[in-house]
Write a protein that binds this ligand. Structure first.
Ligand SMILES: CC(C)(COP(=O)(O)OP(=O)(O)OC[C@H]1O[C@@H](n2cnc3c(N)ncnc32)[C@H](O)[C@@H]1OP(=O)(O)O)[C@@H](O)C(=O)NCCC(=O)NCCS
Length: 145
């Protein structure tokens, strides 16, 4: 199946909850998704197209997303790296993360970090990321992503 990648435009936001729910993540308010994309340095979504043989008018559907937040010079953090379970292990996650890293490099960001979800460390390792020991602290409610 062919996948395409597009900047996360606000009109795509209403497609996100289907992806989040398929991945077991809580759904989000559309306006919150739009705001998170708007306030990010970079946000990308991946689309798949339904098999035209099975549908008379194949519709694209959202199968992945990722975003990068940061100050554009010292640091950036990857968030919301997520791929639909039916489309995993096909290189979508790699493509999204590599695009984020390329964008960070283009900006001249010194370091890109992420906090790997349980079970996702091997994914970052496969992409050449290094484990960085850190004590994570938080203020406010937990969010997936
Ligand atoms: C983690 C996730 C984004 C990977 O997406 P994906 O599209 O399946 O990943 P890719 O197909 O691009 O895989 C890239 C490489 O990582 C490896 N990989 C993928 N998922 C992995 C995992 N969970 N553990 C170990 N390695 C993994 C693949 O084998 C591949 O290696 P290769 O290129 O050497 O063969 C996806 O499993 C997901 O959405 N998980 C749930 C949400 C999540 O945990 N996100 C991370 C938030 S920090």
């Amino acid at each position: 199946m062919a996948y395409t990648y597009h900047e996360a435009h606000s009109v795509f936001a209403w497609r996100v909850n289907k992806l989040l729910i398929a991945c077991g993540w809580p759904s989000r308010a559309i306006t919150d998704i739009q705001r998170s994309w708007k306030m990010s340095l970079w946000a990308m979504v991946a689309w798949a197209r339904e098999d035209p043989v099975e549908r008379s008018s194949p519709r694209p559907y959202l199968v992945g997303m990722a975003r990068l937040v940061g100050d554009g010079i010292y640091t950036a953090v990857l968030f919301d790296v997520i791929v639909h379970p039916d489309h995993r292990h096909r290189g979508i996650g790699r493509r999204l993360v590599e695009m984020a890293v390329d964008y960070g490099k283009e900006l001249g960001v010194a370091e890109i970090e992420c906090c790997a979800a349980p079970g996702a460390s091997g994914f970052y390792e496969a992409l050449g990321w290094e484990h960085k020991d850190a004590f994570a602290w938080k203020f406010g409610e937990d969010t997936d992503g």
